[in-house]
Write a protein that binds this ligand. Structure first.
Ligand code: ZN
Length: 287
């Protein structure tokens, strides 16, 4: 079996702390902006919906920023990355509600903002006032709490997903850099015997499969991650994919029953696979 790639778990303390502070700071700034914008639509009937939509966008932005911070700090530790992503978006949610509470109560100053941000008990009380006040949209307070809870839950989920999805590409420990991913290659689905040999680790079999026909309904998607520094570290992921027709107009792309993820390629296999990607890029037949 060829070796499976997993992150080394290493972090450099200085840059990792820098990423944590930068991501959390960005979360606070973007959350404050979100709170300020949401106060502008406070009197409209659709305010609860607008607030939730605004917080989704804020969550995506915070997640993107966290992802950039984690990558530039070269954090290869899942626990550290998750903690950074969650802390950043929780700070953004807190800053959003601090700003809403301060605007509603008419005391939006920098000093009040910081005081409330670091005082969860008082923030809870202030947010309760915003949620339970008689408002133009006349929601029962209980529904207001449910909406606020859902808004924060969605925001945290979206943001964390964005932060961690792009962050976790393989990392070359020799060169101290992230790998880059090529546009995926599509090959025809293998028969059961070839698939069994794939799963037993014979990834070189990839080189024997023909390219998929244009617009296939079932295919193998080959993802190749390479270190642009040493060109000696390559990781491959093989996903069996399928287009599933759910109705006349809707087609869903789904990963199939099996996949072989993140295998470190031996040098010879890597060179041969790279050549195959290269030949596709130049438009030559790849069979
Ligand atoms: Zn390298």
């Amino acid at each position: 079996m060829i070796e499976r790639y997993t992150h080394s778990g290493r972090v450099e303390a200085g840059p990792a702390l820098g990423a944590l502070i930068a991501a959390t700071g960005a979360g606070v700034a973007l959350g404050a902006l979100n709170g300020r914008v949401s106060a502008l639509v406070d009197s409209r009937d659709a305010a609860p919906v607008a607030w939730t939509v605004g917080s989704m966008f804020c969550g995506v932005a915070v997640g993107w920023f966290s992802q950039r911070a984690l990558r530039s700090a070269r954090v290869r530790n899942s626990a550290m990355a998750s903690a950074t992503a969650v802390l950043a978006v929780v700070s953004a949610a807190a800053a959003t509600w601090v700003m809403r509470a301060l605007i509603v109560s008419g005391r939006a100053t920098a000093a009040e903002f910081l005081r409330l941000l670091f005082d969860p008990v008082e923030l809870w009380t202030a947010a309760s006032v915003v949620i339970a006040r008689p408002s133009a949209h006349e929601l029962p307070a209980a529904l207001g709490w449910v909406l606020a809870g859902l808004e924060i839950a969605f925001m945290v989920a979206v943001s964390t997903a964005v932060a961690l999805s792009g962050w976790s590409k393989p990392f070359c420990e020799t060169c101290g850099r992230w790998t880059t991913e090529r546009r995926p290659l599509r090959l025809t689905s293998p028969d059961a015997e070839t698939r069994r040999r794939f799963q037993a680790g014979d990834v070189a079999l990839l080189l024997t499969l023909p390219s998929a026909v244009p617009d296939p309904t079932e295919w193998l998607e080959i993802r190749l991650y390479e270190c642009a520094g040493c060109r000696a570290f390559s990781v491959v992921t093989i996903l069996a994919m399928q287009d599933v027709q759910r109705s006349r107009s809707a087609t869903f792309r789904l990963p199939l029953r099996w996949s072989i993820e993140d295998r470190i390629l031996r040098a010879g296999d890597a060179a041969a696979l790279r050549a195959r990607f290269d030949s596709r890029a130049e438009g030559r037949p790849t069979v």
